[in-house]
Structure formats: structure tokens, C-alpha cells
Design a protein around this ligand. Structure first.
Ligand code: URA
Length: 215
């Protein structure tokens, strides 16, 4: 069963982003067995670490209904979380595989799958209300690990922190009044295939985020 971080999730048929709602309707026709709805956060609201991705992949989270589940980015993310003790159980690319997160939660800057994996700026801005609600709903939050620039910038905006003072960079740590913000390149297949992000780099940044959450 998927545990939700907060009750402030987008509704199943959220229409705040018209383009994404049209895409969802088309996907419901093409892939009637897929989840095809805003993907809720995974993990407990009591967690000290929050990981923020970009948006559900069409054949990954949009299919399975759990962030990062069922696509390449999830293979690397969940293997790394298991290695660092931030997850327990068995990751089997299914929302009902019984995997549990340990003192961490995972969400996306945009909850609905966007065409070609590219949310528009207006969609990122519109969906931020759910990210903001989530950040407020985590009373023990100590660190946020952002996967990619979109997630990094959206978390800064959600926290009303100026971007110019906290530029995105892999491994960069920004200490804000409430939390430590750790930035990482997105763990996408594209980034690992092109050598932008190696498994070692990702391992190190997840370790740094865990450290920041437990300091
Ligand atoms: N799956 C997600 O849920 N988020 C991403 O950013 C990529 C894949």
C-alpha cells in the first residue's frame, strides 16, 4: 500500500494544468491499465529527509502510481536508498512490492506526467502548491535532496528563498533557516549514459543528504 505524506495531494482528476489534463485523458485511452493520475508522494510525513524529483515518467510512475517506480531512474534511486538504509525490503518496480522508506519520503515537483518529460514553467509554478503543502506537513524535516535543476528551483521558490543566492550545482549544499538543501543531477538514464552523473556521484550525494538529515 502506498503511504501518503500529506492529505494535501492533488485530486485524482486534477485540472489545474489543462495541457497535463488533456495528456492524462489521452493516456487513459491508450493505456487503460496505467495509474494515469497525479502521483502521490511516497513515505511518511514524519521523515527527516525529502527527495524531490521532476515529474512522473510515462512508463514509470505514471504507470505504477508511485514516484520513480518502474523506470530506469527508479532502479538507480531505490538501489541507492536501500544501500544507505533509507529504504528496506525489496524494490520490484511495482507500487505493491512492499518496499518501505526509512526516515525519508519522495515526491515530484510536478505530480502529473508531462509530454516528453518536460513540464512547462506555468505547470511547475501551478503544481508548487502541493510541494509547499508537503514541506509544511513534515514537522521533522531536516534535509531536502533535489534531483535536477527544476526540483531545486521549485523547492527554493516554495521556501521563498532567492535562487540567485543558492545556485544549482551537483553536490551543492545550501543551509537555509529550516533545512539543508542538497542538489543532485537527476538520476535519469540520459544523465548516467552521458556520464553527467555516475553511480559513484549519486551514491555520494545520497550519503551527504542522509548525513544532513541526521546531523
Ligand atoms: N520518475 C519520477 O517519479 N520522477 C522523476 O523525476 C523521474 C522518474
Amino acid at each position: 500500500m502506498i503511504s501518503h505524506v500529506t492529505e494535501g495531494e492533488p485530486p485524482h482528476n486534477c485540472k489545474l494544468c489543462p495541457r497535463l489534463a488533456v495528456f492524462r485523458s489521452a493516456n487513459r485511452r491508450t493505456y487503460p491499465d496505467y495509474f494515469n493520475a497525479p502521483v502521490p508522494s511516497f513515505g511518511e510525513a514524519s521523515a527527516r529527509l525529502l527527495i524531490v524529483g521532476l515529474a512522473p515518467g510515462l512508463q514509470g510512475a505514471n504507470r505504477t502510481g508511485r514516484p520513480f517506480t518502474g523506470d530506469y531512474a527508479g532502479d538507480l534511486l531505490y538501489a541507492t536508498l536501500l544501500k544507505h538504509g533509507l529504504a528496506r525490503g525489496n524494490y520490484d518496480k511495482r507500487a505493491d512490492d512492499g518496499l518501505e522508506l526509512v526516515d525519508c519520503a519522495i515526491t515530484n515537483a510536478v505530480r502529473c506526467v508531462p509530454p516528453e518529460n518536460k513540464p512547462l514553467p506555468v505547470e511547475i509554478n501551478t503544481c508548487r502548491q502541493f510541494l509547499s503543502t508537503q514541506l509544511s506537513a513534515m514537522p521533522n524535516l531536516k534535509a531536502v535532496l533535489t534531483l535536477g535543476r527544476v526540483a531545486h528551483d521549485s523547492v527554493l521558490s516554495a521556501l521563498a528563498i532567492p535562487k540567485k543566492d543558492h545556485p544549482f550545482g551537483h553536490g551543492a549544499r545550501h543551509d537555509t533557516a529550516r533545512i539543508a538543501l542538497i542538489a543532485s543531477y537527476h538520476c535519469s538514464r540520459y544523465n548516467t549514459n552521458t556520464g553527467v552523473l555516475t553511480e559513484e556521484m549519486f551514491d555520494a550525494v545520497v550519503g551527504a543528504a542522509k548525513q544532513a538529515a541526521t546531523d
